[in-house]
Design a protein around this ligand. Structure first.
Ligand code: NCD
Length: 304
């Protein structure tokens, strides 16, 4: 049985196949409208979500399957003290596959250990978020055509931003990818991720000024400061508006640079940037559903 807990659970070949399949589904959704007839996905969300949970549910519904689950921890038996291990044992009796988001790092891994169905990590604390990465990778491939040789700026909360950690892991497997890690000192990329970059031999640079990175970038990946992971509100308030991407900063960038963001956006991208043709974060969202459709089929062993 397969799970998806980190992007490295998929080989580069499997990732490419997934993206190809997602493109096929996107081009002809009718053809795949019944491949999951009779299947059920459980969405177990112990943390808030709009896009991720609904795109999993939309993905299963559009494949002909059904959905069930909960959207907040307090509406599940977690509120009574039930463990993730027990919850997933129960869900394994009801559903064919589960997508789980949880505030604790490693919780999807614990769930997978006790599950009798495939478990997808839909975000575990400040750790990993592999299906956002699938969305990001598909967007980059669609808009840039390839990953080799890309210079990618990751900006904002690199400490707690799980989408950043997963995206770096996935990109490290391509050739000559260069990272510009733009963050305040307090929100730098964790050591374990820096070690992964160093081990791979990829080039990287840590900097605090977004303006310094702008002219060099093929891709700018903006992130929100992750308020829910801060120990105190004062630090959050001090750091939350550290970066605001606006038009004067966009003018420093190349014409073919693209701006991505996993969303939700708070203040880190001024709304005026939405009109710039290089702003691709809303386009990025639509890839999320198709790649999750392809992933559900892969993990359920449904050939498409
Ligand atoms: C991200 C997440 O949950 O980590 N959102 C998402 O899934 N698109 C990013 C965020 O919440 O900032």
């Amino acid at each position: 049985m397969r799970h998806l807990l980190t992007p490295l659970d998929l080989s580069v070949e499997e990732l490419e196949t997934l993206m190809d399949n997602a493109e096929k589904i996107k081009a002809d959704p009718e053809r795949y409208a019944h491949v999951c007839d009779g299947k059920i996905i459980a969405t177990l969300f112990y943390e808030p979500s709009t896009r991720t949970r609904l795109s999993f549910e939309a993905a299963m519904l559009r494949l002909g399957g059904k959905t069930m689950g909960f959207a907040t921890a307090d509406s599940s038996s977690a509120a009574k003290g039930e463990s993730v291990a027990d919850t997933i044992r129960i869900i394994s009796c009801f559903a064919d596959i589960a997508a789980m988001r949880h505030p604790k790092e490693g919780s999807a891994t614990v769930a997978a250990k006790h599950a009798r169905i495939p478990v997808i990590n839909a975000g575990d604390g400040g750790h990993q978020h592999p299906t956002q990465t699938l969305t990001d990778m598909m967007t980059i491939r669609a808009l840039k055509g390839h990953f080799d040789g890309m210079t990618i700026g990751l900006c904002g909360d690199l400490k707690f931003g799980r989408t950043v950690h997963s995206l770096i892991r996935a990109l490290l497997r391509y050739r000559d990818v260069r990272f510009m890690l733009i963050s305040p000192d307090e929100l730098k990329l964790p050591d374990y991720m820096i070690d992964e970059i160093k081990k791979s031999g990829a080039e990287f640079e840590e900097l605090t000024k977004l303006e310094d990175a702008m002219p060099n970038l093929d891709i700018l990946y903006m992130t929100r400061v992750q308020r829910e992971r801060f120990f105190n509100e004062e630090d959050y308030v001090r750091l939350k508006d550290y970066y605001i991407l606006d038009m004067p900063k966009m003018e420093l960038a190349r014409d073919d640079m693209i701006v991505l963001h996993p969303l939700p956006r708070v203040n880190e991208i001024a709304v005026e940037v939405d009109e710039d043709p290089r702003a691709k974060y809303f386009e990025q969202v639509q890839y999320g559903m198709y790649i999750r459709m392809a992933l559900i089929c892969m993990l359920l062993d449904i050939r498409i």
